[in-house]
Ligand binder design. Structure first.
Ligand code: SAH
Length: 363
């Protein structure tokens, strides 16, 4: 899944108009309707290839089984499941892209195995009451941005047979610290002096907005630390608001300008285990990594520890936004620094890094 630009619009059922006659206003309201966002996800070979391997290399788990595809988009995961031998696949999506998915499954000869249902998973009627397997690609930036995991948990609690499987079934969120002088200068300190004027009020706002971007492994100054493990079979909605401690040990003498977060995804119920990472050590994915700048630069020596807590919760007013706060200190210090960040809505099609613009790696 990728970032949705207009969160409030996602809460409305998609207007029932054929998507090939949609206006740009409709696309704005239903950002998953445009093929560009699906192009970006389908071309993310780490993402789509991992799902394909998890499903097709484990066809013994799918043979003769019923499968629910939560947020089927263009139907790609439904078709993998049908190809793996599922007896019935039900794909649900609230976006008008599902009209194209219908044509795609017909064009590929899956009309008898895959049934598509348009609407919000939480509201639609499904043709059968219980499924053997749930498949879904629900992950957002920083794993939890966009909160579509709630929808998958809802599907699990209402439609998964006891002992049923979820693809993927585990996720881990990590944090580390990075040296990022040059880019912090460009993105944050830029506001100190704009054509000779003091714009520093914006600096504070910019700092609180996590940046989704690719970071090179050589920028990472500490060991990583797991801050959240999610087992999709057992996690509850309440567990997705959490506070987690971390301790990051410096791997060299350097400066720290930001925290960096990423996630790994696991298909652990499979015989041939499949997993992928969105970390700085792994190949590019459209999720990139998430950067949280610190107000001041930290000097750290090899072996020294940066300790703290990260809290994350859906925003009270808009539950698709995330409130994230990080408090931290060197293990030699008494006072911790606390910064409140907010991950929120950005422009349609993800503006500078979206499929309608050039995708660039900044370093
Ligand atoms: N499974 C596809 C698409 C993933 S993007 C693929 O892997 O390529 C996530 C999709 O979930 C989007 O198409 C979005 O419209 C849909 N979606 C998000 N929340 C939903 C909900 N509550 N009910 C139904 N569909 C939802």
């Amino acid at each position: 899944m990728t970032m949705n630009s207009v969160s409030s619009a996602m809460d409305q059922p998609a207007p029932d108009v054929p998507s090939d006659s949609m206006t740009s206003r409709d696309y704005y309201a239903d950002s998953y309707a445009h093929f560009g966002i699906h192009e970006e996800m389908l071309k993310d070979n780490v993402r789509t290839g991992s799902y394909r391997a998890a499903i097709l290399n484990n066809s013994h788990l799918f043979k003769g089984k019923t499968v629910l595809d939560v947020g089927c988009g263009t139907g790609i995961l439904s078709m993998f499941a049908a190809k793996a031998g599922a007896s019935l696949v039900v794909g649900v999506d609230m976006s008008n892209i599902i009209d194209q998915a219908q044509k795609i499954i017909e064009a590929n000869g899956f009309k008898d195995t895959i049934v598509l249902v348009k609407g919000k998973l939480e509201e639609v009627q499904l043709p059968i009451a219980q499924f053997d397997i749930i498949i879904s690609e629900w992950m957002g930036y920083f794993l939890l941005y966009e909160s579509m995991l709630d929808t998958v948990l809802d599907a699990r609690d209402r439609y998964l047979k006891p002992g049923g499987l979820i693809f993927p079934d585990n996720a881990r969120l990590y944090i580390a610290a990075i040296e990022d002088q040059d880019y912090k200068e460009e993105k944050i300190n830029f506001w100190d002096n704009v054509y000779g004027f003091d714009y520093s009020c914006i600096k504070d706002i910019a700092l609180r907005e996590p940046l989704v971007d690719t970071v090179e492994l050589k920028a990472v100054v500490t060991d990583p630390c797991v801050i959240k493990h999610i087992n999709l079979l057992t996690v509850k909605k309440e567990d997705l608001a959490f506070t987690a401690p971390f301790a990051l040990t410096a791997t060299r003498n350097d400066y720290i300008h930001a925290f960096l977060a990423w996630f790994d995804i696991f298909f652990e119920c499979t015989h041939k285990k499949i997993q992928f990472s969105t970390g700085p050590h792994a190949p590019y994915t459209h999720w990139k990594q998430t950067v949280f700048y610190t107000p001041s630069t930290i000097t750290i020596n090899e072996g020294q520890k940066l300790v703290g807590n990260l809290s994350c919760a859906p925003n009270a007013r808009n539950n698709r936004d995330l409130d994230i706060s990080v408090s931290f200190k060197l293990n030699t210090e008494d006072e911790a620094t606390k910064v409140d960040y907010k991950m929120c809505v950005i422009l349609p099609y993800r503006c500078h890094d979206g499929p309608l613009c050039q995708m660039g790696i900044r370093r």
